[in-house]
Design a protein around this ligand. Structure first.
Ligand code: BTN
Length: 265
């Protein structure tokens, strides 16, 4: 752990390492309520109730992967919380590309994927207020590091991957953590000072969906189909529908469409 937080100026300088916990998100929230500083980091070797988005669980076996949460205090005027998952995705993808030469991409809005679209890392951003009314963001990140194909549960084998699978070698997990934290810290500083424009530029280089035919299922169940065309200045997904009109979406689940024409909204 010491080595992992040596690369940063402030992020993760206060940290907790837990052999096992329910979820690093729960631990971080508890810690903030007890007075954790901005940039506090919770890392777990294993999670018994690792959470994904939309109430899903996150596969969190011991000894193989990274599960961590950073607690960040939000200034009174910051870009929308929804753009933090893009920030985290870009920070993870850039760190893995530049330090380990991994060919990874960001899949709007929350996933880091390999070039075959299988998920390598998931991001969960939760906002809450502490007792004094200050807004906090908890950025939870799970990265599959040293899992082999055989170690993936059958139901994840088609949709998940790991750095070990992508690179063909084992990596030192805390070295991976250190590179991600340094990247997150730099992107957070840019986000605070410059908003999301720098993120938008970086996203354009890492956008796995760009030009692909996709189906988007909104949180209310409505479905749209179209061609993904990057993101707006607010971090929304731009979809070009069958009639050439463009619609922007703040949230939803994306699946790829193999064939056919985009349906009407
Ligand atoms: C998703 O893809 O649905 C998000 C997955 C987020 C998983 C991480 S692991 C560390 C942190 N603790 C959790 O319980 N979830 C996040």
């Amino acid at each position: 752990m010491e080595a992992a937080v040596q690369r940063t100026k402030w992020l993760g300088k206060s940290w907790k390492f837990l052999e096992v916990t329910t979820s690093t998100q729960d631990e971080a929230k508890k810690w903030v309520r007890e007075g954790a500083p901005h940039g506090a980091l919770v890392v777990a070797e294993e999670q018994t109730r690792g959470r994904g988005r939309l109430g899903r669980s996150w596969f969190s076996p011991p000894g193989k992967n990274l599960y961590f949460t950073v607690a960040l205090k939000l200034p009174t005027s910051s870009p929308p919380l929804s753009t933090l998952s893009l920030l985290a995705g870009i920070a993870v993808a850039e760190a893995l590309r530049s330090h380990f030469n991994a060919q990874v991409f960001v899949k709007w809005a929350n996933d880091v994927v390999g070039c075959d679209g299988r998920k390598l890392a998931g991001i969960l951003v939760e906002g809450f207020k502490d007792r004094s009314g200050t807004d906090w963001a908890l950025i939870g990140i799970g990265v599959n590091v040293n899992l082999t194909e055989d170690e993936l549960p059958a139901e994840l084998r088609e949709i998940a991957t790991s750095l070990q699978i992508l690179l063909g070698r084992q990596l030192e997990r805390f070295q991976v953590l250190g590179t991600i934290l340094a990247s997150l810290e730099a992107w957070w500083e840019d986000w605070i000072s410059q908003g999301i424009e720098p993120l938008r530029k970086a996203f354009a280089q890492l956008d796995w969906l760009k030009g692909k035919k996709v189906r988007l299922i909104l949180p209310n169940g409505r479905e749209f189909e179209g061609v993904a065309n990057g993101i707006t200045e607010k971090g929304e997904l731009r979809l070009i529908l069958h009639d050439g009109s463009e619609h922007n979406f703040t949230a939803g689940e994306i699946t790829l469409r193999a064939h056919g024409t985009p349906a009407k909204p």
